[in-house]
Write a protein that binds this ligand. Structure first.
Ligand code: BGC
Length: 412
């Protein structure tokens, strides 16, 4: 490592977004979403989900499956209307461990779906007659809420033989292969949709659902279509990209794809911080670490040596922490600005009303201060909006699973 290090304050400027930039981002995002909605060329999508908002009165016991890109979670959930819900069983396994890896091009669709089916079996307690809702957190084409076909993988997953196929079809075949023909997949939805359904079910009136975990995305309820629309916000190309963002993109599995996600999603914030650090500390390589480790470094649970494998001076540590925090802050601000774009679309000429935004994911749940940075950025994205404008970020744990059960209830 060279002794001379860059001035971190100059580097920080690259990551800062002022009110004018946030405002521009919000307007761009709105225009790009409206283009997608109208069928014009757009870096966003307007994928129809065929699901409206729940009444909160839906009841019954369902299997819920959540496949997000890092873990597979199956649960048996009872929806109790006004009394909420109970998660009766829950089985979760990572897609990748020291012993196996179901994410790469060397696995097969059958192996992946058999793995998923075995997790469902454990959570269901055997071959019992349940309807199942499947939260499948990737871009899909749907013609009904019952099933969908994968458009393309993201989040560094690259399993062959799944794109273009019916997802609930692959699941059903795997359930049958694994002796569970009584379990019936009846609904398929995106995790953003699940988050929105779950929040509304729990009496938090929201029109926007956001996920910022491994990946990033946004959906909203479009009154003109009477259904929730999945924007596949990860694909937005209007964000202010730095050289570091370009580098992260170039080194990813699908360069040029999901560029906004690579500035916001937990799968990439660590990579972004790593390339920034190589620049800051002027070194050719730094061992990889996770976004969780990065956060633990800032919260004091881990030392620089724990995360990077070497020590730095106190001055370097100050710069390094400031740059890392900026990576998180910028991600949260971009979420706020994009949300404001959609709130503006929904409000039209009317004044913005008090409302909640349903949001799930490690960025809001694990990283201190993120919800208020998002709320602040919503306000700053619209110059005229006063500090006190009541937009509440409602973090929503288990939204992907609860939403899958609600979708199953809506589809039977
Ligand atoms: C996928 C979205 C998903 C998001 C969050 C993105 O990579 O394309 O469909 O909602 O990740 O999980």
């Amino acid at each position: 490592m060279a002794d001379m290090i860059k001035d971190f304050k100059t580097m920080q400027q690259e990551l800062k977004l002022d009110g004018t930039e946030l405002c521009r981002l919000a307007q761009d995002f709105r225009q790009t979403a409206e283009d997608a909605l109208a069928g014009r060329d757009s870096s966003l999508s307007a994928l129809h989900t065929y699901l409206g908002l729940p009444t909160g009165q839906e009841t019954g016991t369902f299997m819920a499956l959540d496949f997000g890109g890092t873990n597979v979670r199956a649960s048996r959930i009872t929806l109790k209307g006004a009394d909420g819900f109970t998660i009766e069983t829950k089985v979760a396994k990572p897609l990748r461990s020291d012993d196996y890896d179901y994410t790469t091009s060397s696995t097969t669709a059958e192996a992946l779906f058999d793995f998923i089916a075995r997790i469902v079996k454990e959570a269901a307690g055997g071959n019992k007659a349940y309807k199942l809702g499947f939260t499948f957190s990737f871009a899909v084409n749907q013609t009904s809420a019952k099933d969908a076909s994968l458009i393309a993988w993201s989040k560094e997953i690259d399993v062959p033989g799944v794109a273009g196929k019916s997802i609930n079809g692959l699941l059903k075949e795997a359930l049958v292969r694994n002796g569970m023909d009584r379990i019936e997949p009846v609904a398929l939805l995106n995790d953003t949709t699940a988050t929105l359904l779950s929040s509304v079910y729990q009496h938090n009136p929201a029109q926007i659902g956001i996920v910022c975990g491994t990946g990033f995305n946004m959906c909203y309820y479009e009154p003109a279509l009477k259904m929730i629309v999945n924007l596949e916000a990860a694909g937005f190309t209007g964000g202010p990209r730095t050289e570091w963002d370009r580098r992260v993109d170039e080194e990813s599995q699908q360069p040029g794809d999901h560029c906004f996600e690579k500035m916001i999603g937990g799968r990439y914030l660590n990579e972004l911080f790593r390339v920034i650090l190589m620049d800051y500390l002027d070194c050719d390589d730094i061992p990889r670490f996770t976004t969780r480790c990065m956060n633990e470094l800032f919260s004091g649970e881990k030392t620089v040596r724990d995360v990077l494998g070497f020590d730095v001076t106190p001055e370097q540590k100050e710069g390094l922490c400031a740059l890392g925090q900026d990576v998180f802050t910028r991600a949260a601000q971009m979420i706020g600005a994009a949300s404001f774009g959609i709130l503006g679309h929904l409000a039209g000429e009317e004044e913005l009303k008090e409302q909640a935004i349903a949001i799930e994911g490690s960025l809001v749940e694990k990283i201190a201060g993120v919800p208020s940075v998002i709320e602040g950025a919503v306000c700053r994205s619209c110059m005229g909006l006063s500090e006190g404008t009541p937009i509440h970020i409602v973090p929503n744990s288990h939204g992907a699973s609860i939403g899958a059960a609600i979708a199953a209830a809506l589809c039977v």
